[in-house]
Every structure is written in C-alpha cells, then in structure tokens.
Design a protein around this ligand. Structure first.
Ligand code: KG4
Ligand code: ZN
Length: 352
C-alpha cells in the first residue's frame, strides 16, 4: 500500500496511548492508563503520571505493533504529542518517539494534542464504524468542542494541517476536572464524570439553578467562547454546605443532575454560538466528557434544531489515545510536510 504506516504516541495526561494507522485506516489503538493510581488523590498527579508513562511505554508500543500485525521495520513515520498537556508526562512520550525515530531512521512529527482530537474523526476501520455509510466524511470547516479532564477548548478547523484556530478555552478548570471535583464533594469516587452521570439519572436537572460561567450575554465580547467552571464548582460546594448545616440530607441526585445540566448547557450553548457566528453548520465533539449522557443529548437536540450537523467519534477515539496522533501524523505525511526534526521539546501550553 502506498499510504503511510504511522505510529503515534500520546502521553499528555494519564493515558499512555500508542496507535498505528495506515493513512486513515486504524490498525491499532492501545492504551495503558494510570487512572487508578490517581484515584486516591481525586485528580491526576503529574509526577505519578510521568512515571507511569515511563513504565508503560515499551509494553504499550509492543502491544500496538502486535495488534496491528506490523513490526518497527514496517513503519514509515512516528508522530508524537508535543503539547499541550502535563510537561513531565509529555516529555516521556517525546523522548520515546525521538528514540524510536533515531534508532529506525524514521521521520518524526510533533503534533498538537487538540488538533489530534480532530484527526481522530478521520479514522476508518471495521471495528469503528460498522455503519460508516450513515456517517459520511468529515467536512471542513468545522467547529470542534474538545472537553476532557485536561482541556476545554473550542476550535475552528478549516484545514487540519494548516488552518486551526483556537476560539476559546477554559480560563480555570477543565470541564472534566469540574466533574471530578464536584463528584468528590458529593462523596463519589474518581473519576467523577461517570459517577455524576450515573447518579444524575435519578435527579431533577431543574432542582437547583447553578451558574453558567461566562454566560453569553454577560461576557459577550471578551469571553464569548471561553469557559469557566471554578465558580460553578464553588457554587455547588456552598449549596451543599448550606444544606448540611440545616441537618437535612443532601439530595445528591438533584445536585448532580443540576450541576451536570449547567455544564452541558454552557458547553453546548457556546459551541453552537460559534457555529452560528461563523456560519459553520458543523460541530465535532471530542474528549472524555463527550461520554456524558446529558452533554450528548443536549448537543444532539440543540444541534438538530439549529441545523448543525453533529459529529461524535466513537468513544474510544474521543478519550485520549495514540491513534488520533498517528492519524494527524499520517495527514502531515500525506500533505508533504517536512518532519519536525529532533530539536523540539514538550510544550505544556503549545498553541494550535
Ligand atoms: O479524555 P479523557 O479520558 O482524558 C483526560 O482528561 O485524561 O477524559 C477524562 C475526563 C475525566 O475528568 C472524567 O471525569 C471525564 O472525562 N468523564 C466524564 C464522563 N466520563 C468521563 N465527564 C462527564 N460525564 C461522563 N460520563
Ligand atoms: Zn485530550
């Protein structure tokens, strides 16, 4: 085949991801997560994540090669996340990718994690989209909402390799981080997102009106596409404290549902505002928070009302993974981009 065989390495947060693609075809998507090691801290501990990446790296590469049925000799290029993310964690991936590239004489491509999330949507494979006929190709330009425990960003993608613009991002906590923190104060285990989702199913989303951070009319100009979740988190904490002071039980399901509603509302409102403002009737979702039932539901119903085509890649490609990095790497190769060389580092605040 003349399409490039690319191995991608992702270590920006707590997932050691190694993916292998041939062009747009997914061959392997292997993940080792240090999530369990962070559970008792209630959030990702950077130092713990970096050490875990180091331990997991070689076995994860080996598993990915086996899964794809290829060897290192078959590879045409290596791609790696160089940022944004946790500096120490990124450094492990970057070092591994450089070692692999140098030892095999392969071109190395440094890629942006956020743009990688968009690259995930290009991938095709038997196991991914059994109903591919219904999905169709990713059309550009598109607005992309990328929400995880590490980032909450709104992008406009006009060309995957040459024209990606950051419209806005969180000015404090990431949305997933907010889920994790609120879960913790409700006594639910880490990671909090799935727990809140579960508990919220039995709650009333209209029980408590929690604030929508940087809401559109109020912060129209400067922060129109930015997000803020720390005020929401504090507001939930105050509400729970007040209730506890009365001696009455905390209605955990109602709090969870109302909090989840506030997050979903602000995410979807801003993403669709961007679509409307820019005249782009397409919205792509990515990141672990896309697993959230209410986020998906609200995005689907409001997008359809607004005439916006909503795209949600399979969840295994929404959460952090190496295949999305390999996919973007393959696009760079296909576009004839020069490799990155070896003198790039890990950049925790890498712009798109
Ligand atoms: O993309 P991801 O796996 O990568 C990291 O950020 O490491 O996202 C994980 C985040 C966590 O904060 C988790 O609580 C959140 O995504 N998450 C959810 C749900 N499932 C995972 N948040 C809300 N609802 C969910 N169902
Ligand atoms: Zn991510």
């Amino acid at each position: 085949a003349d399409e490039p065989l690319v191995l991608g390495i992702e270590t920006s947060c707590d997932e050691t991801g190694v993916g292998i693609v041939r062009g747009r075809t997914l061959l392997a998507n292997t993940i080792a997560s240090s999530m369990d090691e962070h559970a008792r801290f209630g959030g990702v501990v950077p130092e713990v994540a970096a050490r875990a990446h180091l331990e997991a790296m070689t076995p994860t590469i080996e598993r990915a090669l086996a899964e794809a049925g290829v060897t290192l000799d078959d590879l045409d290029a290596v791609a790696v996340t160089s940022g944004p993310g946790l500096a120490g964690a990124l450094m492990v991936g970057v070092s591994a990718a450089k070692a692999l590239a140098v030892s095999r004489g392969l071109p190395l491509y440094a890629v942006n994690h956020l743009v990688g999330h968009v690259g995930a949507d290009l991938l095709r494979g038997e196991q991914l989209r059994p109903a591919l006929g219904d999905v169709g190709e990713l059309e550009l330009p598109t607005v992309a909402l990328l929400v995880s425990g590490g980032h909450t960003s709104l992008l406009v993608v006009r060309d995957l390799v040459s024209d990606v613009e950051m419209l806005g991002e969180t000015i404090d906590d990431a949305a997933g981080e907010a889920f994790d923190k609120v879960a913790r104060l409700l006594g639910l285990p880490y990671p909090g997102g799935p727990q809140i989702d579960r508990v919220a199913a039995d709650g009333d989303p209209l029980a408590i009106r929690f604030p929508r951070g940087l809401s559109l009319p109020k912060d129209m100009a400067k922060h129109r596409y930015d997000f803020s979740f720390s005020g929401l988190k504090t507001s939930v904490a105050r509400w729970v404290e007040k209730r506890e002071a009365t001696g009455e039980p905390v209605p955990v399901a109602d709090v969870a549902a109302s909090f989840r509603e506030a997050v979903a509302d602000v995410l979807v409102t801003k993403a669709l505002a961007a679509c409307a403002d820019l005249g782009i009737p397409r919205l792509l979702l990515g990141g672990g928070v896309v697993a959230n039932a209410r986020v998906r539901e609200l995005a689907a119903s409001r997008a359809s009302r607004a005439g916006v085509e909503l795209r949600v890649p399979p969840l295994s490609l929404c959460t952090d993974n190496g295949a999305m990095i390999a996919s973007l790497g393959a696009q760079l190769v296909a576009a004839g981009r020069a490799p990155s060389g070896l003198d790039f580092g890990a950049d925790s605040t890498l712009p798109v």
